[in-house]
Design a protein around this ligand. Structure first.
Ligand code: AMP
Ligand code: MG
Length: 349
């Protein structure tokens, strides 16, 4: 398939391009597009065939449900059977934005879109291009992240092109995304709302609106038989080709331990890479050293995480060591992704 790649202005997306993209969606095709979190791979969420195409293009297991993106509150009632009052309050505060909510689905949503579940995940993005695409595309855009299953989520159009060129009808290139981590997912099908995936909107922000909020047990406990409730969270994810190890502790001890391990690796003929920060990169001695951002601005760390994991694949390193990023506001979301990428390989010093 010949993929059309179109640049779009972040603040003033071209109506003609977005109309064309919308037509592709309405006729059952796929369009990758920027959002404020990561790039999404969109299809018509009410069309079972489109959802099947999304799974095929990504190589995604078909029991891993998609998120339906809407552009206004009026669209919600058609796809869900019931919206609890608390969820309405949360929507008022954080929609449009990086928040996904899970509800019981209505008959209109095909099981192909929800991976066979009787619940549906819904998000209303704030990104202009995403919102116009949803409106021109029929109002219900099912979209997982626009990466090959298992790879880091795309934060730039070049990442999407790497993974999906030739497999989808169109890729909208809106430059680099703002947040860089996928949306926070909150499940409202239980009495007490449950966080199924941490994101930019953290537990404290949710509790301010909702009162009590639980964290899914499958997220907190690793290496046990407890399965996370969001099917997607159980899969190996984001993993770079080389083994990634997180080294946690005070800065000085971490730098020393990483340098020692890189030296040992090098002596054994291996190529080592390091993920540090602006504050520490000059202290590392390894073949490839990259800064993920600055600890003065934790959002810079979140924004660059997936991109840096992809860059290391191109560097052809054999081993990667990363600092730990338990930052105050987004630490939980960042570490959730980094730990997955590392297969929970973490060493405390
Ligand atoms: P992605 O958009 O690629 O980040 O994937 C969507 C995420 O939402 C995956 O982790 C899914 O498992 C999760 N998800 C989507 N729908 C549901 C649902 N109905 N119940 C629980 N998790 C869901
Ligand atoms: Mg994904």
């Amino acid at each position: 398939m010949n993929t059309i790649i179109q640049k779009v202005e972040k603040e003033h997306p071209d109506e003609t391009v977005l109309k064309q993209a919308g037509e592709i969606l309405k006729s059952g095709g796929l369009v990758a597009f920027p959002t404020e979190t990561v790039y999404g791979l969109g299809g018509d969420g009410l069309n079972a065939r489109s959802s099947e195409k999304i799974y095929a293009a990504k190589g995604r297991p078909s029991d891993n449900p998609l998120i339906i993106h809407i552009s206004d509150m009026e669209s919600l009632d058609r796809i869900v059977s019931y919206v609890p009052e608390k969820a309405r309050k949360l929507a008022e505060k954080y929609w449009p934005g990086p928040l996904t909510m899970i509800f019981q689905k209505s008959e209109e949503v095909p099981l192909e879109t929800t991976g066979g579940l009787d619940s549906v995940a819904v998000r209303m993005p704030s990104h202009k291009t995403a919102r116009m695409l949803i409106r021109y595309g029929g109002g219900y855009v099912a979209a997982p992240s626009a990466n090959t299953s298992g790879r880091p989520s795309p934060t730039k159009a070049s990442h999407v092109i790497e993974d999906l060129n030739g497999k989808v009808e169109m890729i909208l290139d809106g430059g680099e995304v703002g947040i860089g981590l996928e949306s926070t997912i909150v499940d409202f099908t239980e009495e007490i709302p449950v966080i199924l995936r941490p994101g930019y909107i953290n537990q404290e922000m949710l509790e301010e609106v909702l009162g009590q909020v639980r964290m899914d047990k499958g997220l907190l406990i690793t290496d046990t038989g407890i399965r996370p409730k969001a099917p997607g969270m159980k899969y190996r994810h984001y993993a770079p080709k080389a083994q990634l190890t997180i080294i946690e502790g005070n800065t000085e001890a971490v730098v020393q331990e990483i340098n020692r391990r890189c030296q040992d690796g090098e002596a054994a003929g291996l190529r080592a890479g390091v993920i540090g920060t602006d504050e520490t990169v000059s202290a590392y001695h390894a073949q490839v050293v990259k800064s993920i951002g600055t600890r003065q601005d934790e959002e810079s760390i979140a924004r660059h995480l997936f991109g840096i994991l992809r860059e290391f694949d191109e560097e052809k390193v054999d081993m990667i060591f990363s600092e730990s990023f338990e930052t105050p506001r987004m630490g939980q979301a960042i570490m959730n992704r980094l730990l997955k990428a590392a297969g929970h390989h973490i060493i405390k010093v």
